[in-house]
Design a protein around this ligand. Structure first.
Ligand code: BG6
Length: 456
């Protein structure tokens, strides 16, 4: 039996744009996703867009009961900036009512509400002004954060500013999976820098508004493993970590941007524009906790034909295809649960053993109806196996002293996955896309048993 610490959070994560639906109704303004789907629907799997998603806006009351039914004691979702402040300034009362009722219902069902502010859902009015490239986005985000803390602070005791901030940077400005889908390393770095400052500005305001709650940030972590111990491969892994992990984790927890990162960017003429006062903002506004989303490791080797100045991250490290890898073929991601142990020890040794939790972990599988039994339940034993293995390695890290306070699976009910639409399903509940009916999968029953025993 693997026992987890007292008060361990067993939960799930989701986000407003991937679940709420009613995406242009009840006062909500468009985000880049609404705009992009409107202008280029063919980019989205089976033309599935953001308007309906999983219908949480209409089903939230029953959903809170469903969360309780699978033993969740906590859940993270996000507020939609474009719903709460459609023009960035004016509060939408319908949004306030919705979120207050939703968060209160969660609490009534014994679910601790953890709220994130930005989950890739840039309001279109701000994108029209340059999005995170425009320094004024920092102030706009700080206003949104302050408004949220004031409106919902009595219901939410754990806040996070951003989900996976590096993802909107790389997907929007390097790899073209998010709007504006351009390729420009220099602009990507400016976007990352302003995002970091927006996070810091929100933490600063948080400390002024409340003393009784906690604030953190959710980062995606892909521990980097070099192909070999050869110097060039090890350097590639180090540089990959600088860009992908330490760029946000170090400033969030330690208050510093790694010197090696600044030097590397300077060497390639990629430093962002900075202003006086930024240094203090970064140094002073540290988080109370960290959420880490873990899906897959990153395996790298020395870059193949590096350019200087670098035009893409591939000029610093190349992907390495490890022949022994075990894959999730649907998502194309390696399955490597051992990494959660490495992550746990990294947090202990390199980040002052700050409280942290696994804020997302899960397995996306296509065509899950193949696994439906005669009573209509999806028998997702592969997902149970996946979570068990990950939890086992996490447990070992906790036994060795890592300060991990919870595990959130991705996700509660099958949700909309950006360009992938509803191709891969991750939920404890299956969503019928025609009726929006939810039905518990076998993993939901398993999660209830784990949560009841506080282990497995
Ligand atoms: C995380 C994101 O990166 O992974 C979620 O926070 C996302 O928004 C999840 O849905 C699973 O990835 P994907 O691309 O399969 O939806």
């Amino acid at each position: 039996m693997k026992n987890f610490p007292d008060n361990f959070l067993w939960g799930a994560a989701m986000s407003a744009p991937q679940t709420e639906g009613q995406s242009l109704n009840f006062g909500k303004a468009a985000t880049t996703w609404d705009y992009w789907f409107h202008t280029a629907p063919e980019k989205f799997h089976q033309n599935q867009g953001p308007e309906i998603t999983s219908g949480v806006y209409d089903h939230y009351l029953d959903d809170c009961r469903r969360m309780q039914d699978i033993g969740l004691n906590s859940l993270r979702t996000s507020i939609s900036w474009a719903r709460l402040l459609p023009d960035g300034k004016t509060i939408n009362q319908e949004a306030v009512d919705f979120y207050r009722q939703f968060f209160s219902a969660m609490l009534d069902h014994g679910i601790e509400t953890m709220i994130n502010l930005f989950h890739f859902d840039m309001p279109m009015w701000l994108m029209d002004q340059g999005g995170w490239e425009n320094r004024r986005s920092i102030e706009a985000f700080a206003f949104y954060a302050k408004t949220s803390f004031e409106l919902f602070g009595d219901l939410v005791k754990k806040w996070t500013t951003f989900n996976e901030p590096i993802v909107h940077v790389e997907c929007g400005y390097l790899y073209q999976y998010h709007y504006p889908a351009i390729v420009d390393f220099r602009r990507a770095i400016q976007v990352a820098y302003h995002t970091l400052l927006a996070h810091k500005a929100a933490v600063k305001i948080f400390r002024e508004v409340t003393q009784t709650s906690e604030i953190g940030i959710i980062l995606n972590i892909s521990p980097t493993y070099p192909r070999s111990e050869v110097e060039e491969d090890v350097l590639a892994a180090f540089q990959s970590d600088l860009l992908n992990t330490r760029s946000f984790l170090d400033p969030a927890v330690l208050g510093t941007i790694p010197e090696e990162l600044t030097e590397l960017l300077a060497e390639h003429d990629l430093l962002p524009e900075r202003e006086a006062g930024d240094h203090e903002l970064i140094k002073e506004n540290l988080v109370d906790f960290i959420g880490l989303n873990y899906y897959q490791p990153r395996r790298v080797q020395a870059p193949i034909a590096p350019k200087k100045p670098a035009e893409m991250p591939a000029d610093f490290y190349a992907a390495y295809d490890w022949p022994d890898k075990k894959m999730n073929p649907y998502r194309g991601w390696e399955i490597y649960p051992e990494a959660l142990y490495d992550v746990a020890l990294m947090m202990k040794k390199e980040y002052n053993n700050i409280p942290w939790y696994v804020s997302e972990n899960g397995m996306g599988v296509a065509d899950e109806e193949r696994f439906m039994n005669d009573s209509g339940e999806i028998e997702d034993d592969y997902r149970i196996e996946f979570m068990k293995e990950h939890l086992s390695y996490l447990h070992q890290g906790i036994v060795e002293g890592s300060n991990c306070f919870g595990y959130h699976a991705w996700t509660f009910v099958d949700c909309w996955s950006w360009l992938n639409g509803y191709k891969n399903r991750y939920g404890f509940y299956r969503l019928d896309l025609d009726t929006l009916e939810r039905s518990m999968k076998k993993s939901g029953r398993w999660m209830r048993a784990v949560s009841e025993k506080n282990g497995f």
